[in-house]
Ligand binder design. Sequence first.
Ligand SMILES: [Zn+2]
Length: 362
Amino acid sequence: MPDITTFETLDSEIERVLGKPTVLEALWGGDTGGWHLLLYVYTVSGLLFFKRTTRHLLGEVVLPEGMEHGRLSVSLLAEEFGQKASEKYNLIFYFPSPKDADEDCPAWTERHLAITCADCSKLIIPTDSPYLPKDICYHCHLTREENEKIKNDAPRDEGVHMYLYKDDEYEHIGYCTYFDSFPIAPFVDEKVKNLLTDKPINIVKLDKQDIIELKSKLENVLGQKLNRYEKPVIDERKKRFIVTHTLQYKGRDYELMRNFNHEHIEISNFIHSIETAEKAIAEDYVYKIFFNNGITYRDDIFLRFIHYVCEGRTNIVDITNRYANVLTVTEVSKTLKRLEDLTCVSICEDQVNITQLGKCLI
Ligand SMILES: [Zn+2]
């Protein structure tokens, strides 16, 4: 099956198929390697009562080298091919889901089994899952769920970010849903937990002395683990499932498995944690750990929208328009006021800017 990067490739594939091409079909398929957009052609052969329709797989639409990647560009390319093919062969171009990759769309000959999604009007074969709504596509289901969380202002009382900090400069060193998942957590737990309050945002700082103590505790435990270290022995059959890497510690190389071996994963984590601590000590950084204890799902979405979509700066009207079908004007301004009180954004007349604190939380 060839990669179809140009109309010429597609055209020569159509030419190879016997019979008159009547429909060109573009359908998404997904596997562990991601989404693939596949092209099929339906041909009719024979006469009168002996007419036969046959479906042939032509290939996958692939962007030519140098073209900007992304699902949308693959879609656009397929639409261009479809346009040209329908002009040349007078066929129908059938592409039920150009906007999102979706596996639930019917093939051309299955259209009678399909319904149109109540939200986006796309043709879909209704799901047989008892947990999913039957009248909308999976993509619209996720959008509805997300909108629901934004609308209800559901709490999002989790998420811990860790940074190295000096002179107003932040370097992100890790994110975990819960603090206990950080490899350094058991060694600084007591200190950190004593400093936590019930404020919506907690910032805990580890200074140089704390970091020196942390480093020596980490070195102790790592030393014990390395005394028990065993080089991985991987039999042929498992080779392709196992990923290894080699890390250096105190002048020695250690080959470590990155999966299926808890002890090895811990050794890697400790080596990285010690490197971070060494850097902090050598270059005068402190650790700053941000705990979210009152930021809601809606707050988080607003901060992400301002930071990632609007590059840190926008205005109230844009935010209101973005969530127009989910939130009222009052809900938007209440949320912005709350984020301003938490000093996650600064608001000046109509302008909204994300603050350093706001950036540290997402
Ligand atoms: Zn839909």
